[in-house]
Design a protein around this ligand. Sequence first.
Ligand SMILES: [Zn+2]
Length: 249
Amino acid sequence: MIATAGLVDFHCHLDLYPDHAAAVQDAEASGVFTLAVTTTPRAWPRNHELAQRTKHVRAALGLHPQLVAERESEIELWDRHLAETRYVGEVGLDAGPRFFRSLDAQKRVFQHVLEGCARAGDKIITVHSIRSAKAVLDLVEMNLPPDRGKIVLHWFTGTKREAERALELGCYFSINAGMLGNDRHAPMVQAIPLDRMLTETDGPFTRTGDRPSQPSDVASVVEELGRLRRLPARDVANLVRDNLRTLLG
Ligand SMILES: [Zn+2]
């Protein structure tokens, strides 16, 4: 297994582990650049506070599409915190069977988020797009000019054609173990240019062995990606690190 220092976990829910502070400390100790996403802006202040004491952990301000049905009104709180961060997420759309009914509200919220980011400028946004790649890309195209912010599509499961459209719009992709282990999605991952790839765990929602993944487990994503792209894991790690640098500008 390659060393974890310098790896990138661009989408992890550190506040959903049993001990949030310990999860932040473990990420910090591993030396993995970890983007701690949030599902509600109510979680932002604590995530921000813990991340500020670290070198490697950053917090993102989110309003998860799966929570929009009950929490659409929290968009006001999201607005109030936006100036405090460069990172936004988890945001986006979820048109899966459980959340389809709130899709109109989700679109309102996501459009509002993109407009706010476009106005503010220089935000980096980690985006959920379950069964809604086309709608997500339509909203991005209409509301976020490429020079006003950057989109990172997290756990993207759209088609190859949709991935190509996302690339044309300047999007990055953060790739996790769940995508690589899936025969339907691996060919799409294979088609993503190396200079648009980031890595993520989406912990604790993915598993490594018999426990929820944590940021240091992104090492196995890097190794798996290396096998898929026929590159040494070290080279993949360096590429992803360079991509992160470019993204952060
Ligand atoms: Zn997530």
